[in-house]
Ligand binder design. Structure first.
Ligand SMILES: CC(=O)N[C@@H](CCC[C@H](N)C(=O)O)C(=O)O
Length: 378
C-alpha cells in the first residue's frame, strides 16, 4: 500500500506497531487508544480503563443488549528484523502477533458505529497481556467488564498463512489449551577438566529436553493433538566451566483439558527422574495457562453462513490450531467466537520478520462492521 493513500487505520496500525509493550505494561498503547477515543464525538461513547486495558461502549439507539468486540494489546519480546520505516521503536519488543492490526481494526469498527449507531450497545474491549500472563480472565472479572457484561463476544486473529480476503474458523475448539513450562535444574558446577567432581546441568538439561520429546510421541494417543515445545534454554557461564544451573522455558499445548492433565503428570515424573538420575534439584513451574478457545457452535455456524452469503471474502472452515489465546476465558462464560483473517505474509506469527499485508485492515473493518451491525439490529 502506498504512503500517499493510507487508510487512516493503516496509519494507526503503523503508529501502534512502533510502540510494542509487554503485557500489563501497555502504557503508551493505552494512552494512544484513550487519545484516539477522546477525539471522537463523546455523545455515544462511554469509556473505562482497567489496568492497562481500555473498554469503550458505543451506545445504541434503543439497546436491548450489549455485544462485544475484543482486541488484544501487547507485543512480544522479539527484536524486529524488518526494514519497515515504521518498525518497532522499542528495542527488544515487536508486534509480532498482530495485536497492532487487531487494535487498528477494532478502532475502525468502533469509529464507524460512533458515527452510525445501531440499535444495541457495542462494547469494544482492548485487553492487555494476551501473550502472558493473560489479561482476559482478570479483565472478565473486572468491575467495568461486569458492569457492561455482554451477551456475546467476538474477536479475530491475523493469519499469515491465508491470503488477504480469506477468513477461517470452525464451530467448537479452534485454539488449544496452553500451559507455560519453566524448569530450573541446580547441580554442582566445577572445572571443565574435572567432570567427576561436578554435576553438569547442561547434560541434565539436554537429557530432559530429549525426554520431554517422548511425552507426546509415547504417552498421547496419536489421534489426539498435543505439543511440547522448549523455546529457551539457559545454562552455564563459560566454555570451560561446568554449569551449576540450567533453566528450560517452554509451552504445552493440547486440544483437551484431560490431555493437558496427563501430559503434566508425565512431565512431573520425568523431572523427578532427572533429579534422581543426575543427583540434582529441580523446580517445576507451569506459569500461566489458557483454556481452549471453544467457539459457540450456533453463533459460529451462523457467522460462516452469513459471511459465505455476503460473498466478499473467501470463507474456510479450518481445523483447530495449537495456538493459544486467552480469549478462551471470555468464551468460557459468554458465547461467541474467534476467527482467523488472512494477512498473507511469508513470515509467520512470532517471527521477527512478520509483515502482514495491511490491506487486510480494511477487509476486516468492512466485514466486522457489517456483522456487528447486522447482529445489533436484528
Ligand atoms: C496467538 C498466539 O500466538 N498466542 C500465544 C499465546 C501464549 C500462551 C502462553 N504464553 C504460552 O506460551 O503458553 C501462543 O503462543 O500461542
Amino acid at each position: 500500500m502506498s504512503n500517499t493513500a493510507l487508510s487512516p487505520f493503516v496509519d494507526i496500525r503503523r503508529k501502534l506497531h512502533q510502540i510494542p509493550e509487554p503485557g500489563f505494561a501497555e502504557v503508551k498503547t493505552q494512552r494512544f487508544l484513550l487519545d484516539y477515543l477522546a477525539a471522537l464525538p463523546p455523545e455515544r461513547l462511554e469509556i473505562a480503563t482497567w489496568r492497562t486495558g481500555v473498554l469503550a461502549k458505543v451506545k445504541g439507539t434503543a439497546p436491548r443488549r450489549i455485544l462485544a468486540w475484543r482486541a488484544d494489546m501487547d507485543g512480544l519480546p522479539i527484536d524486529e528484523e524488518t526494514d519497515l520505516p515504521y518498525r518497532s521503536q522499542h528495542p527488544g519488543y515487536m508486534h509480532a502477533c498482530g495485536h497492532d492490526m487487531h487494535m487498528a481494526i477494532a478502532l475502525g469498527v468502533l469509529t464507524h458505529f460512533v458515527h452510525h449507531p445501531v440499535r444495541d450497545d457495542l462494547l469494544f474491549v482492548f485487553q492487555p497481556a494476551e501473550e502472558g500472563p493473560g489479561g482476559a480472565r482478570p479483565m472478565r472479572e473486572s468491575e467495568p467488564f461486569r458492569r457492561w457484561r455482554p451477551e456475546a463476544i467476538f474477536a479475530l486473529h491475523i493469519a499469515p498463512e491465508y491470503p488477504v480476503g480469506t477468513i477461517a474458523t470452525r464451530p467448537g475448539v479452534l485454539f488449544a489449551n496452553t500451559s507455560e513450562l519453566f524448569i530450573e535444574l541446580v547441580g554442582q558446577g566445577g572445572h571443565a577438566a574435572f567432570p567427576h567432581r561436578a554435576n553438569d546441568m547442561v547434560v541434565a538439561a539436554c537429557h530432559l529436553v530429549t525426554q520431554l520429546q517422548t511425552v507426546v510421541s509415547r504417552n498421547v494417543d496419536p489421534l489426539e493433538a498435543a505439543v511440547i515445545t522448549v523455546g529457551k534454554i539457559e545454562a552455564g557461564t563459560k566454555q570451560n566451566i561446568i554449569a551449576e544451573r540450567a533453566r528450560l522455558e517452554g509451552t504445552i499445548r493440547t486440544l483437551s483439558a484431560d490431555a493437558m492433565r496427563r501430559i503434566k503428570e508425565r512431565i512431573e515424573a520425568l523431572v523427578a527422574g532427572i533429579e534422581a538420575g543426575f543427583g540434582c534439584r529441580a523446580t517445576l513451574d507451569y506459569g500461566a495457562s489458557y483454556c481452549q478457545v471453544d467457539n459457540d457452535p450456533t453463533l459460529t455456524r451462523e457467522f460462516l453462513d452469513w459471511a459465505r452469503a455476503r460473498g466478499d471474502v473467501r470463507v474456510v472452515e479450518c481445523p483447530p490450531a495449537m495456538t493459544g489465546e486467552d480469549f478462551g476465558y471470555f468464551l468460557e462464560e459468554i458465547p461467541g467466537f474467534l476467527f482467523w483473517i488472512g494477512v498473507g505474509s511469508p513470515h509467520g506469527l512470532h517471527s521477527s520478520r512478520l509483515d502482514p499485508d495491511e490491506r487486510a485492515i480494511d477487509v476486516a473493518i468492512r466485514l466486522v462492521t457489517a456483522y456487528l451491525g447486522w447482529k445489533a439490529s436484528a
